[in-house]
Design a protein. Structure first.
Length: 379
């Protein structure tokens, strides 16, 4: 069902200087011994690197999702699919039709509590409790998506975007900037961070930006980007890098590139319908296509978006979010009365290899993030 190659390219280049040839016999012998020793050491280094890769160099990472229930809970899994932590967020879930409901940055992790109108901030802990609840940050109204950047936490609500400073005391409970969305009709989907700006998607056909101050606070009013296609229908998820934002146009079956407040490129999703949620891995963009129960791979560079593989993974349910980090991809899907979290190794060709899968007895599960192992805990 799922095809892929679990391999990373380990490459070593040897360079020598052959201009000096006037060695004595002793010098040549010493040089030969050093070359043999160096070759053996090099072989050992390469073998060790390959062995580390085959042993799962990212096995200490954690996969995080949220129950999204009335009593919202953070669910933390290791890469083998074992539940290692289940903690109350202190708020109520209930968000749907969004992406980025969980965001991670360094030692902090943020989780939206839609029903209670706040965001839970977790701090990396230790072996017994890898993620500890630190505080609740109130939002203007019901939060749907969060993102970290420029020493701030950005919270997208159903009607507003707001910024909260992060300092030595953690995430501030008070917003230092806010702006109303263009539509502000409850259709907000996701927030992403660009250079000096935020980009926002509202499912009622709005892709918009808002400027940031030099310190990273939201400043001014939101505005629609230019050149939105006439057939635009339901912007959903987005992924950002530098000044580029890749936005899925779900009901038009398209992926668009937004740069400098304008849509530059639009590419169709082929046979796979409704690309809803997207994530970046180097030259690759992966889209989770809810009604097609699949993930597609695009090659992205410059102003190009090229459909590279229509299907790299399939699921029994409808994918509701996707993320990539540290050579891993994680996808949440839901069907019937259950959700699934699927964890994949992603190789250098952008192929998915299923590593583990978890079934959760709750169809509402929302948000997905990968917390990289920093050496303080390992599972």
């Amino acid at each position: 069902m799922i095809h892929g190659r679990h391999a990373r390219s380990w490459e070593v280049t040897l360079r020598g200087n052959t201009r000096c040839r006037n060695y004595s016999r002793l010098q040549r012998g010493t040089t030969m011994k050093m070359a043999i020793y160096g070759s053996a050491l090099l072989a050992l280094m390469v073998a060790s690197a390959v062995n580390a890769q085959s042993n799962g160099w990212n096995d200490g990472d954690l996969i995080v999702t949220a129950s999204n229930t009335a009593s919202n809970q953070l669910l933390v899994y290791n890469t083998q699919g074992t539940l290692v932590e289940q903690s109350k967020t202190g708020g109520a879930g209930g968000v749907t039709g969004n992406s980025g409901g969980i965001a991670q940055n360094r030692d902090l992790l943020a989780v939206v509590n839609f029903g209670s109108g706040n965001v839970s901030i977790f701090q990396k802990g230790g072996d017994r409790v890898p993620l500890q609840l630190e505080k609740l940050v109130p939002a203007i109204t019901n939060p749907v998506s969060v993102a970290f950047g420029r020493n701030h936490l950005y919270i997208l609500t159903t009607t507003h975007i707001e910024s909260h400073l992060i300092d030595r005391n953690g995430v501030s409970a008070q917003a230092d900037g806010e702006a109303q969305l263009v539509m502000a009709d409850g259709s907000a989907a996701q927030v992403g961070v660009l250079r000096g700006q935020l980009i926002l998607a509202e499912k009622s056909n709005a892709i918009e930006t808002v400027n940031l101050t030099d310190d990273g606070a939201v400043s001014g009013a939101t505005q629609l980007v230019a050149n939105i296609p006439a057939n635009v229908n339901t912007p959903f998820g987005l992924a950002t890098r530098g000044n580029d934002a890749y936005v899925s146009i779900a009901h038009a079956n398209e992926i668009s590139l937004v740069r400098n407040d304008a849509v530059l490129t639009v590419t169709g999703s082929g046979t796979q319908l409704a690309p809803c949620w997207v994530t970046l891995d180097g030259p690759f963009l992966f889209s989770a296509n809810s009604p097609s129960h699949s993930v597609s791979r695009f090659a992205v560079y410059g102003q190009k978006i090229i459909l590279d593989a229509e299907v790299v993974a399939t699921f029994n349910g409808n994918p509701t979010d996707i993320t990539y980090r540290d050579g891993l991809a994680a996808v949440v899907d839901a069907n019937g009365s259950v959700s699934h979290v699927s964890i994949f190794n992603v190789d250098g060709d952008g192929d998915f290899n299923l590593k583990s899968s978890v079934t959760i007895n709750n169809v509402a599960t929302n948000g997905i993030a990968i917390v990289r192992n920093d050496g303080r805990f390992n599972y």
